[in-house]
Design a protein around this ligand. Structure first.
Ligand code: KG4
Ligand code: ZN
Length: 342
């Protein structure tokens, strides 16, 4: 196996990103650069990601991100061995910007082009950061994803289960909205929850009574809305302590559901490592609970650094390296796919 240096490009949601990763077999991979340009400010006024705005921003910024990534790595295109790009799933306008940029570079240089599934990028991150051996279990929990994956190889993923409605990050964001807390909701709900009593308000634990690893968060969000209205009735507003208690109850309910489904997945699929990725993996209660769960089961719990848990292009470059070795390159017919199950 030869050493490989790949450029990665990611533009499937609301971050435009480019990175260069080098891997010498037998050594730990080296992230030579990782540039992420968020679009939070562009979408802030709309209470969610607006696809047209995202697509335009990706088209405008992707070349710049690539230049930055190469400059920070101190490399030129001639030093690369290939170009990996997120080819889906995601907002099609953004994915297209990345794929067209990658195709242009591949055509101009003759370098191999590798189309990567965004979820494969997240799922292979534990190998980039910690050299975790196959097989392992992965929990992806972000604003857009929620699934348990069993990872057996660079292209061998088994989806064990996932959310049947909202992703947990989406639920955190919606709860923040109905409680008039700032976006993104995760960090602000977490901060409130620290001042609250999780036991005072009872919220449901959706799908816990059903077998399997599927999760559901939209009923929880509705329950928070109802509890808020009950707390406000006749008071003209939501008391600070009531809001904190509601945030604590919600966060603990999400943690309970995620922990119980994780416990089942780990019991049915004994593996040495359980890894998380996605913005929700930043939640301190969820992290602490999953750490305790894994300690009890004798499984290694791994939460990669947050910058590599959330959307980035280093994970795409790395997945590109692993998949290029496994299956070679794609051709110019590579298409951008809004839907692309693993
Ligand atoms: O992975 P990410 O940056 O982007 C994608 O969704 O792809 O995840 C963002 C999500 C948001 O919904 C945000 O509210 C949530 O992760 N989040 C959190 C925390 N920090 C970010 N949720 C719970 N607790 C947190 N501390
Ligand atoms: Zn993602």
């Amino acid at each position: 196996q030869a050493p490989l240096t790949l450029l990665g490009i990611e533009s499937s949601c609301d971050d435009t990103a480019a990175a260069v990763v080098r891997h010498v077999p037998g050594q730990a991979p080296d992230i030579l650069s990782s540039v992420v340009e968020g679009q939070t400010a562009l979408h802030a006024a709309f209470g969610g990601v607006v696809p047209e705005i995202a697509a335009r921003a990706h088209a405008e910024r992707v070349d710049h991100c690539v230049e930055q990534a190469l400059a920070q790595a101190g490399l030129g295109l001639a030093d690369l061995d290939g170009i990996a790009v997120t080819a889906g799933p995601g907002l099609i306008g953004g994915v297209l910007s990345g794929v067209m940029c990658a195709k242009g570079l591949a055509m101009a240089t003759g370098l191999p082009l590798i189309g990567v599934n965004h979820l494969a990028g997240h799922a292979l991150t534990p190998r980039l950061t910690d050299g975790v051996a196959y097989p392992y279990l992965m929990l992806l929990v972000s604003g857009g994803h929620c699934q348990f994956l069993r990872v057996d190889g660079p292209q061998e993923f088994t989806r064990l289960g996932g959310s049947i409605d909202d992703a947990p990050g989406e639920a955190f964001d919606k709860v923040a909205k109905v409680l008039a807390l700032p976006q993104p909701g995760g960090p602000s709900v977490q901060a409130e929850a620290m001042q609250g009593d999780a036991k005072r308000i009872r919220l449901p634990r959706p799908l816990l009574d059903r077998p399997g690893y599927d999760l559901s968060f939209s009923g929880l969000k509705t329950a928070v809305l109802r509890a808020r209205d009950d707390l406000m009735a006749g008071k003209g507003g939501l008391h600070r302590q009531d809001r904190a208690d509601l945030c604590a109850a919600f966060q603990t309910a999400v943690a309970d559901v995620i922990c119980e489904k994780s416990r089942r997945a780990l019991t049915d699929h004994p593996v040495a490592t359980f890894a998380v990725a996605g913005g929700v993996a930043a939640n301190t209660e969820i992290r602490a609970r999953l750490t305790a769960l894994c300690d009890g089961l004798g499984v290694r719990f791994l939460a990669p650094p947050l910058a590599l848990c959330t959307d980035n292009a280093a994970m795409i470059a790395w997945a590109g390296i692993e998949q290029f070795r496994a299956r070679g390159a794609d051709d110019m017919a590579l298409s951008a796919r809004p839907r692309w199950p693993l």
